[in-house]
Design a protein around this ligand. Structure first.
Ligand code: SAM
Length: 218
């Protein structure tokens, strides 16, 4: 059962979590404040809520995970979100990352490949009063009908950078995506300088569940 009740204990645990991810190198104050504001335990079954403020990924059912808070902060920091940015998130999962982007003032389009998760998360975020645009389907191909986007975030591990996602970025837009094999992926940031010029940066290694689909793992 989900329990939508925040308490001093939870707020204290969130502050500690923010300290932990700050120590690990996250500097963007707006990102840290969003993590401090959003009750992560709302996204957990109440029986498991003691794990909500550990800096760890956690199973959310359907073989999927809610990403580690540090990973959410790292990817969000790389995106350099500005209020009003139109952002596409691939891999809605629990909705936690989408909610963080929303708190930063982005207009969030989010797509999930697993129907049960899509249904559950769409209902749940509505209950929290967090309004994202939800889509069900293969996000490895992006969301061409709603493109172009200022930012695109992939929250599953891709074998390659899907060309469809680069096409759906505005000029000046940023794609953040973990790319590698099924166990480890390098975090990458691709900035679209012009239709033909992409600047690519590489960061640390992470371990995501696989990005499935036409431009993901088959
Ligand atoms: N962002 C999520 C959160 O905040 O909880 C965590 C996402 S979880 C690490 C990765 C998600 O990507 C899973 O829910 C998985 O079903 C989804 N996924 C995998 N391949 C996908 C695809 N081609 N299109 C959309 N979602 C996909």
């Amino acid at each position: 059962m989900l329990k939508l009740e925040d308490s001093y204990r939870h707020k204290g645990q969130r502050k500690e979590l923010v300290k932990t991810i700050r120590k690990k190198g996250i500097k963007d104050e707006a990102v840290l404040e969003a993590i401090n504001t959003l009750p992560r335990h709302f996204f957990f079954d109440s029986a498991l809520d003691s794990h909500a403020y550990e800096d760890k990924a956690f199973p959310i059912g359907e073989g999927q995970t809610i990403s580690q808070p540090y990973t959410v902060a790292f990817q969000t920091e790389l995106l350099q979100i500005k209020p009003g940015d139109k952002v596409l998130e691939i891999g809605t999962g629990s909705g936690y990352q989408g909610a963080i982007l929303h708190l930063l003032g982005a207009e969030v389009y989010t797509i999930e490949y697993q129907k049960k998760l899509y249904d559950r998360t769409k209902k749940f975020l509505a209950k929290l009063g967090i309004h994202l645009h939800f889509y069900f389907g293969d996000g490895s191909k992006g969301l061409p009908e709603n493109s172009p986007f200022d930012k695109i975030l992939v929250t599953a591990g891709a074998p390659i950078v899907p060309q469809s996602l680069l096409k759906q970025l505005k000029i000046g837009g940023i794609l953040v995506i973990p790319v590698g094999d099924k166990n480890t992926q390098k975090m990458m940031r691709l900035t679209k300088k012009s239709e033909t010029k992409i600047v690519q940066e590489e960061f640390d290694n992470f371990a995501f569940v696989p990005l499935l689909g036409a431009e993901g793992w088959k």
